[in-house]
Structures are given as structure tokens and as C-alpha cells.
Ligand binder design. Structure first.
Ligand SMILES: Cc1cc2nc3c(=O)[nH]c(=O)nc-3n(C[C@H](O)[C@H](O)[C@H](O)COP(=O)(O)OP(=O)(O)OC[C@H]3O[C@@H](n4cnc5c(N)ncnc54)[C@H](O)[C@@H]3O)c2cc1C
Length: 289
């Protein structure tokens, strides 16, 4: 594992073990797209965060094969605005590749995407790390979730998938990407591969990686200059360090403008476009993604 003791901002990173939550025994098989996934990808359902109620109802019927009834079985507030929720149910028909996303209907007309931080198809459990920013209905829905609540887990699907054929995995994101980082870290560990997380977080959240036992290089985010500090980190990666990591698969998530800035910086440093997988998780002033 790369020495990740270098620190950006004023954050100490590194491991506090949380014994109450099991680590994922991740499977890194490349599943072909299942028929429902193909249908959904074709109809771009994931790109419609908001629908008229009658269409949203119809969607549930049309995609009933991909709708898995689940119950909230555990809740843990890791911090005031970071909530870990365990959904339990029959997930036998819901195979999962690390990195894929799921979707929830959060009210009559809206759907939101989330990334499992832990997924066990056999046991029928899926954990999600919700960033409770309180800027929209998705965040407020997550805040309201209580043990015993029932909902439907839609998916999994989406283009973000762990690439097991690569030895190095570089993950960029923000508070909303912590679940993805957790999942990809487990997948990389299971394959004895290397991962590097670069996260831009609000000053008050810079300790969050510690809360989920994640080693990460943390930079403080700036609303005015998306990914500015993260891009500087990339520029500073030179010599042997860069020789190694330039071969990685780059998974870029979080704020759309930051994803774009980091992608441009990587291309400028000579990384091939095919090595970069982007999936913006939110965009300034835009509702849902
Ligand atoms: C593929 C995918 C996977 C995702 N996985 C996760 C996950 O695992 N955990 C998680 O917490 N979120 C995740 N998200 C993001 C999550 O879906 C958003 O938080 C959600 O869109 C917020 O919904 P909302 O209704 O609260 O706000 P929206 O209606 O989406 O946005 C309302 C406003 O809030 C602002 N906003 C939205 N998100 C943020 C943010 N993170 N920081 C600052 N301002 C913001 C935007 O400027 C927007 O104008 C994921 C998103 C996608 C697309």
C-alpha cells in the first residue's frame, strides 16, 4: 500500500476500527448486464430524478423486477450529518458489482441515486452512507429514515464499476462519495490491489474518512474554486509516485464541476481518457442527478 501519511489541509487521516459493522467480502466478477439493467440503461430511467406521479407509479410497475422491497434494519449517526443506514431484504435477484449505484423513490415524484458502502447479496443487506446536507428532498428523506421503515431498492446498475484487471484504483470525490470509497477500498483489498482516495471535504467534515476506517488524502473544498486543491495535489504527484499512479483507473465522483476539473488535470498529465470513469453525484443549482 502506498504510504498515505501525507496530509493535506490540517487533517490527520488513518484508521479507527469500527467493530460493529462488518467489512464487505466483495466479489469482483465482471457480471454482464442483466436484462433489466439493459432495459433500464436503454430507457435512461436513472437520468430522470423527477417524474409526474402517475409515470413514477408506472415506472415501479414496469421495473418491478428491479424493485426490491427492503426494511431499514439499522441506523447509525457517525456524525451529525453523516448517517449510515442498513437496508435488509431479499436481494437474491439483485447481483452487485462494486461501484454500482442503487436508487430510491424518495417521494411521489422523485428518485435519488446512492452508492452502497457495503452489499451482501446472500445475507440481503445493503448499507448506504447518507450525507445529510439538507439542501433537497433526497437529503431530507434520508434524514427521516427510521428503523422499521420500508422502501424499495431499485437496481443495482450504472456505469461505475470496479475494474479488477487494474492494480491501482484512484478515487476522487466528496462527502457523497464516502460510500463508493468504502466499497472500492474493500474490492481493492480483496484483490490485494492498491487504492488511493482523494477527497475534497468541508473543513468540518475532514475527519469523516476516519469514521469509516478509510485512509484518504483530504483537501478542504472551496465553493468558489471547485477541486482547486485536489488539482494541486495531482500536479504535485511527481517522480515514482506518479509513475505508479498514472497507470491507475480513475473513478471521479462528487460535485460535477470538480469532476470536470480533475478530469481535465488528469488528461493534462497524460492519463488516457479510457482510464477515467466519471460519475458526477450532484451539480450546483441542479435538482437530483
Ligand atoms: C450515482 C450517484 C450516486 C450517489 N451516491 C451517494 C451516496 O452514496 N451518498 C450520498 O449522500 N449521496 C449520494 N449521491 C448524491 C445524492 O443522490 C444527492 O445527495 C442527492 O442528489 C441530493 O438530493 P437532494 O434531493 O437532497 O438534493 P438535490 O435536489 O439533488 O439538490 C438540491 C441542491 O442541493 C445542492 N447539493 C446537492 N448535493 C450536494 C452536496 N453533496 N453538497 C453540497 N450541495 C449539494 C445542489 O446545489 C442542488 O442545487 C449520489 C448521486 C449519484 C448521481
Amino acid at each position: 500500500m502506498l504510504d498515505k501519511s501525507f496530509i493535506y489541509g490540517n487533517v490527520m487521516v488513518g484508521g479507527i476500527k469500527n467493530k460493529s459493522w462488518p467489512r464487505m467480502g466483495s466479489k469482483t466478477i465482471n457480471f454482464p448486464l442483466s436484462p433489466p439493467e439493459l432495459v433500464r440503461d436503454k430507457l435512461s430511467i436513472n437520468n430522470m430524478p423527477s417524474l409526474p406521479k402517475w409515470i413514477a407509479n408506472g415506472t415501479e410497475v414496469l421495473f418491478s423486477l428491479m424493485m426490491h422491497p427492503v426494511t431499514v434494519s439499522q441506523i447509525e449517526y457517525l456524525d451529525d450529518d453523516l448517517k449510515r443506514v442498513r437496508f435488509s431484504g431479499d436481494l437474491h435477484s439483485a447481483s452487485y458489482v462494486p461501484g454500482q449505484v442503487i436508487e430510491f423513490r424518495i417521494n411521489d415524484t422523485e428518485f435519488r441515486h446512492y452508492t452502497p458502502a457495503y452489499y451482501d447479496q446472500e445475507q440481503g443487506v445493503c448499507d448506504v452512507l447518507f450525507y445529510l446536507h439538507d439542501y433537497g428532498p433526497g437529503s431530507q428523506w434520508a434524514e427521516r429514515l427510521q428503523v422499521g421503515d420500508t422502501t424499495k431498492l431499485m437496481g443495482p446498475g450504472g456505469k461505475m464499476r470496479f475494474q479488477p484487471e487494474h492494480q491501482y484504483h484512484f478515487i476522487f470525490g466528496d462527502e457523497s462519495s464516502l460510500g463508493l470509497c468504502s466499497m472500492l477500498k474493500s474490492a481493492a483489498d480483496a484483490q490485494h490491489q492498491e487504492y488511493l482516495c482523494l477527497l475534497e471535504l468541508a473543513q468540518a467534515h475532514c475527519h469523516w474518512p476516519n469514521l469509516i476506517n478509510l485512509q484518504a488524502d483530504v483537501v478542504t473544498k472551496s465553493n468558489q474554486s471547485p477541486a482547486q486543491a485536489a488539482v494541486q495535489v495531482l500536479r504535485d504527484m511527481q517522480g515514482n509516485l506518479w509513475e505508479t499512479w498514472q497507470r491507475a483507473t480513475f473513478y471521479l465522483t462528487g460535485r460535477a464541476k470538480s469532476v470536470q476539473a480533475v478530469r481535465q488535470a488528469l488528461i493534462k498529465k497524460g492519463v488516457g481518457a479510457k482510464q477515467i470513469i466519471t460519475f458526477p453525484y450532484w451539480a450546483d443549482g441542479k435538482t437530483g442527478l
